[in-house]
Design a protein around this ligand. Structure first.
Ligand code: FAQ
Length: 311
């Protein structure tokens, strides 16, 4: 009965083992996973847009090849994550419909524009860096398909992060104008990256349950602090300034003190506001419609193969 199933589920979680698709799980656990997995997958595919914006204008063939590979990786991440989410019994087309209808979210940073070439570097250094800090603990998430998808995703994110650092390094070791362009991009991307970790823990509606279920391993604030601590020495190595006059080492805490992002702005951007919000959703819908013939052709091809195999 239900009580026994619940006890078995609790025991798997307590033993730090994995819940698998065929296992019984509480409805709320399943709903939270679907919500987070869909948001995560959506972020990967809508997140292709800010950088794809620069593929045709990359300064060298090498930078173009790197950027192309990164954007393609993000499409791949979206696919692994939709596949992981489908193990919970929802069809991928439903996720895409929900995304296009605005019923499901994607991460806030994607609603900011990439104004210069340096933005591709700053975006990758900061937001992929934040994504790694957030996702490494998700490799130990209690839901098996999510945890396993994260292992490969994290390896690829690590390449994305390093190439962003490398692109910025080239600029900060270039001309004065290039250095200024890198600094300007970092000034604009620092707070969107800090906001990726979500609302402060005290306002986070899902943290308590997600940590109890071991979907999340750390609170939003713990991960945000870890990210700040990692970024400071990297910024020093790059020779750039992080745009926070109150950023300083706190000996007592053993962490950097920093100014929190503007959480009212985060709330607005989550709802679809943000300089590029409408453009991202409109582009996503257009791209989906433009790809209808590919989906139809592959369905027709699959039907033909099935018919041939049956004959
Ligand atoms: N933006 O109670 P909490 C990448 C929502 S992309 C938008 O704290 P939770 C590729 C949250 O969903 C990064 N919404 O929620 C790339 C919830 O809404 P709901 C991939 C946000 O779930 C890189 C509500 O606010 N990683 O790597 C945000 O416990 C570079 C309440 O919040 C992920 O997607 C936000 N920043 O914790 C591409 C991370 N924050 O559903 C291009 C996976 C919160 O109640 C360039 N997700 N919300 O309506 C997570 O880890 C968690 O869901 C959190 C939020 C940490 C985002």
């Amino acid at each position: 009965d239900e009580e026994e199933l619940q006890a078995r589920f609790d025991a798997v979680i307590a033993a730090d083992q994995k819940i698998e698709p065929r296992d019984w799980m509480p409805d709320a656990y399943r709903a939270t996973l679907l919500r987070q997995l869909a948001q995560h997958a959506n972020s990967e595919i809508v997140g292709m847009q800010p950088e794809a914006n620069w593929i045709s204008r990359a300064p060298t063939l090498k930078r173009k090849a790197i950027l192309l590979a990164k954007v393609q990786d993000e499409a791949g991440h979206g696919l692994y994550l939709y596949a992981a989410a489908e193990t919970l019994g929802v069809d991928r087309s439903q996720f895409l419909d929900d995304l296009d209808a605005g019923r499901q979210k994607y991460l806030s940073f994607i609603n900011y524009p990439t104004l210069t070439w340096a933005d591709t570097g700053a975006l990758a250094w900061l937001t992929d860096g934040a994504a790694i800090v957030n996702q490494v603990p998700l490799c130990r998430s209690s839901y098996g398909p999510y945890a396993r998808a994260m292992v490969r995703v994290c390896k690829e994110e690590s390449f994305h992060h390093r190439q962003g650092f490398d692109a910025l390094w080239a600029l900060t070791h270039g001309t004065d104008a290039q250095r200024a362009m890198a600094q300007d991009a970092i000034d604009r991307w620092w707070y969107p990256a800090l906001a990726m970790f979500g609302p402060p823990t005290r306002d986070s509606v899902h943290t308590e349950a997600s940590m109890r279920w071991r979907i999340k391993r750390f609170t939003n604030d713990e991960l945000r602090q870890r990210f700040v601590d990692i970024c400071v020495p990297q910024a020093e190595a790059l020779g750039v300034r992080l745009p926070d006059p109150d950023l300083r080492w706190n000996e007592e805490r053993g962490h950097y003190d920093f100014t929190e992002p503007d959480y009212d702005e985060l709330r607005r951007v989550i709802k679809g506001d943000g300089p590029a919000g409408r453009q991202r959703v409109a582009h996503r819908r257009r791209a989906h419609q433009a790809g209808a013939w590919v989906r139809e052709a592959s369905a027709a091809h699959a039907a033909k193969r099935r018919a041939r195999a049956a004959a």
